[in-house]
Write a protein that binds this ligand. Structure first.
Ligand code: ATP
Ligand code: MG
Length: 369
């Protein structure tokens, strides 16, 4: 029997075999693409905790637009992003053939001969002009341009302000452009609350959250059945519960169950238990440890203090636990929120924003230091 290819994708940014629980959002976006300039979701901010599926969502939104004939430029907000977008716009424009560019290709079989009649020296164009030139060509095809920018929280504020100003003008001119950006919620809020741009603050928000367990059950069932795998209802329910609704964990659990199926495609109870445990370990080493490694020692001390209790924490309690005052803890609380590790849960309390983070810190899951 040929080996079954494991369809699960437990890797940052990798498109999952089934995108669970996001169809409403994709439909909303598709509608805005159909409606064109002025439609609300063309300017969108995707936010959510680590591993909840922001990058994947950008890819999917891009695919929605691409399927409708739009051109998509995908970028990450590291330094120089504006120039990279403009360079890609130039490339698309020359590929599509621009109105101000005369190109003579010799002979039907002589496609080797290509004479470029472009004027050699043209003044340097601004970002808006370069992207605008692509939009002109696209308008001729009755389509538009989508720019997606990931990890927006890392964007240089100068570049962000420039981007906002340019896109605002293009939108005001009724051009078919969509800007979709993704980042961690608090960091995005901080960025937008600075005086970067009122325009970007008015973007539609797609706040991604964990997905309903019922939908995860349906998707796992479908993927297993398609692959000829058999699992009992009870074991499936256990696997679904182990994901806690967290998208990254859906892929980890699915992946580690799949590889434990026997030659007949049967997943017995022991295999399921082992698979879930392996998924938890991987979440610890890959996702949680990586996120913790980005933090300072004091950030981690605050998290550890939170892990000593079972539920949400009050700033005053954390302060008491680590022997500092509330003001001091407040600074770390803000930092940890911006990093997507914790989230406010009302009444001034905070809780962990990632599943198993508490268990990991308490030394119950994964490889705690
Ligand atoms: N809706 C979903 N259904 C199933 N799996 C998903 C879904 N969204 C994301 N995933 C899976 O979760 C993992 C993390 O997704 P992704 O990298 O997009 O998250 P992210 O929010 O961008 O994370 P980070 O904050 O670290 O950048 C990937 O393995 C992806 O396949
Ligand atoms: Mg991402």
């Amino acid at each position: 029997m040929p080996a079954r290819r494991n369809p699960f994708r437990p890797t940052a940014g990798a498109t999952p075999p089934i995108l669970v629980g996001r169809h409403g959002l994709l439909e909303q976006y598709a509608e805005s693409i159909d409606d064109g300039p002025g439609a609300p979701w063309l300017l969108t901010l995707v936010t959510g905790a680590r591993g909840v599926g922001k990058t994947v969502m950008l890819t999917e939104l891009g695919d929605v637009a691409r399927a409708k004939g739009w051109v998509v430029i995908d970028e990450t907000a590291t330094s120089g992003v504006m120039e990279r977008i403009a360079a890609q716009a130039d490339r698309h424009r020359s590929e599509l053939g621009s109105p101000d560019r005369a190109r003579v290709v010799g002979g039907s079989i002589g496609s080797v001969i290509s004479i470029d009649l472009d004027t050699p020296e043209r003044p340097v164009k601004s970002w808006r002009q370069r992207v605008g030139a692509l939009l002109d060509v696209l308008a001729g095809h009755e389509t538009g341009l989508v720019v997606t920018i990931d990890e927006i929280h890392g964007m240089d504020t100068g570049e962000l302000a420039e981007l906002a100003a340019c896109v605002q003008h293009l939108i005001r001119d009724g051009r078919a452009i969509s800007l979709v950006m993704a980042g961690l919620p608090s960091a995005v809020n901080d960025l937008l609350n600075g005086d970067v741009s009122t325009f970007l603050r008015r973007a539609e928000r797609m706040q991604l959250d964990n997905v309903p367990l019922r939908m995860i059950a349906d998707s796992l069932k479908e993927i297993f059945e398609d692959g000829g795998l058999r699992i009992s209802e009870e074991d499936l329910a256990e696997a679904v519960a182990a994901t806690q609704g967290y998208p990254f964990m859906i892929q980890l659990v699915g992946y580690h169950l799949w590889r434990r199926a026997d030659d007949q495609g049967h997943l017995n109870h022991e295999a399921v238990t082992e698979g879930i445990e392996a998924a938890r370990q991987r979440l610890g080493t890959m996702v949680i440890a990586a996120a913790l490694a980005d933090l300072s020692r004091m950030d981690r001390t605050v998290l550890s203090a939170m892990a000593c209790t079972d539920g949400p924490s009050r700033t005053a309690d954390i302060a008491r636990a680590i022997g500092r005052d509330s003001k001091y803890v407040g600074v770390y609380r803000a930092r940890l929120m911006a990093a997507g590790m914790i989230r406010p849960v009302g009444h001034g309390q905070v809780d962990f924003a990632m599943p198993y983070l508490r268990e990991y810190l308490a030394g119950l899951v994964g490889l705690a230091d």
